[in-house]
Design a protein around this ligand. Structure first.
Ligand SMILES: Cc1ncc(COP(=O)(O)O)c(C=O)c1O
Length: 418
């Protein structure tokens, strides 16, 4: 029996249309986009330029420039350390959401251990030379927006010492979609920069950078059916104060050195085109599959809990309205809590299903999910949860089969617990 892949938050299969777009840049047109001395190098550079324009257009980002990176983790590192290590940066504060991805949380943790590189005043104490990190509370499990930033806590933490605020746009575990506008407004009122981790949201919701007024935006192509090893950071056109973190050949206007990944860039551009063209239909199809999975599990497992924002009413009609208005939750995300049975044990019982209990980066870490803890679940509830990431290539039959297998495995395990 073939594996049913339901881990599309961890990564997605590369769409064949994307592979087709990448191939020429690996064989016939393999030249280095930095080689301006010959035609093939100039053709590669022209392709990169076209892709950059296209990506900025598709992301609605006329006020940003695009820095290509190896993926969202690197983009996030560049946004955070690039901002705080700039010699003219005088502010010391970073605020991050408690339900943010580890790529952000680990940068925040590291930042706290560093000494400021910014201007130092004479007579300054050592403690004044270190960075401060604040963690913003998120709304709890009972809220319609479970996992979204608690605006009151955010307003309290924000002040004119904060250089940057980083928040996640689409949560990778519980799918929460964050409303960015009020945060952007508040940040700009105190002169703080806003970084958005849009890794799970780009290609899944109708996203336009100009609508949300964020300064930095991170993303990865492999989350929207593009290749691994390529991503981007949207940086304000005036660049503000950003210090490169990878130095060397001076590529990308010195913002990120290293030979450009031309097949990756061609692939990311094509992946974004396909995702954008198909978005309204695909998002609705994913919602229908996601809700079907929830319905099937809910009907058969007494006391099954939903983690994260509510999913809409059952039996949604096929797409009539474009996905312009964001709902509270990513369309392909489902995260459920099984009464009295651990998610890990359940997963072991269904080896035919590719699933996870949370983020791929934490899958070897036995501690309960920090996101589920952030919305107020206790350890037992967090450990009894599983995440389903439904994607472009899943079928209705797969969803039904996955539900049947989970229910059977749950019923078997349930016999062994009081
Ligand atoms: C929300 C979020 N941010 C950042 C990342 C890191 O992305 P990458 O592993 O592509 O660098 C991920 C990957 O799971 C993610 O889901």
């Amino acid at each position: 029996m073939q594996e049913i892949y339901l881990d599309n938050h961890a990564t997605t299969r590369v769409d064949s249309r994307v592979i087709e777009a990448m191939l020429p840049w690996m064989n016939d047109e393999f030249a280095n986009a930095g080689s301006h001395t010959h035609g093939s190098g100039r053709r590669a550079a022209a392709m990169v330029e076209q892709c950059t324009e296209r990506i900025l257009g598709l992301l609605g980002a006329p006020n940003h420039e695009l820095v290509y990176t190896s993926g969202a983790t690197e983009s996030i590192n560049l946004a955070i350390f690039g901002t705080f290590s700039h010699p003219k940066q005088t502010r010391r504060g970073l605020l991050v959401g408690l339900a943010d991805h580890r790529a952000v949380l680990d940068c925040a943790k590291r930042l706290k251990t560093l000494e400021c590189s910014g201007p130092k005043l004479t007579g300054q104490k050592l403690s004044d030379q270190s960075y401060s990190v604040g963690y913003i509370k998120v709304k709890d499990a009972a809220s319609q927006q479970a996992g979204a930033i608690d605006l009151e806590a955010f307003q309290e933490a924000l002040n004119d010492k904060v250089a940057m605020v980083s928040v996640i746009l689409g949560n990778n575990e519980i799918g929460t979609l964050q409303n960015i506008e009020p945060l952007a407004q508040a940040c700009h009122n105190v002169g703080a920069l806003l970084h958005i981790d849009a890794t799970q949201a780009i290609g899944k919701i109708d996203f336009r950078a100009e609508d949300i007024q964020a300064d930095f935006i991170s993303f990865s192509a492999h989350k929207f059916y593009g290749p691994k090893g390529i991503g981007g950071l949207l940086v304000p056109k005036d660049r503000l104060r950003l210090r490169p973190q990878i130095i060397g050949g001076g590529q990308q206007n010195n913002l990120r050195s290293g030979t450009l990944n031309t097949p990756g860039i061609a692939g990311m551009c094509r992946a974004l085109e396909v995702a954008t063209e198909e978005l309204p239909i695909e998002a609705q199809r994913l919602r229908i599959l996601r809700n079907r999975l929830w319905d099937r599990l809910f009907e058969s497992i007494a006391g099954l809990g939903l983690n994260g924002p509510p999913i809409e009413a059952r039996a949604i009609q096929p797409a009539q309205s474009p996905a312009r208005s964001w709902e509270n939750r990513l369309p392909g995300n489902l995260n459920v809590r099984f009464p009295k049975v651990e998610g890990q044990s359940l997963m072991l019982k269904v080896p035919q299903l590719a699933l996870s209990s949370g983020s791929a980066c934490s899958s070897s870490d036995p501690s309960p999910s920090h996101v589920l803890q952030a919305i107020g679940l206790n350890d037992e509830e967090a450990r009894s949860s599983l995440r389903f990431g439904i994607g472009r290539f899943n079928t209705t039959q797969e969803i039904d089969e996955a539900a049947d297998r989970i229910v059977a495995a749950y019923n078997e395990l349930r016999l062994f617990v009081a």
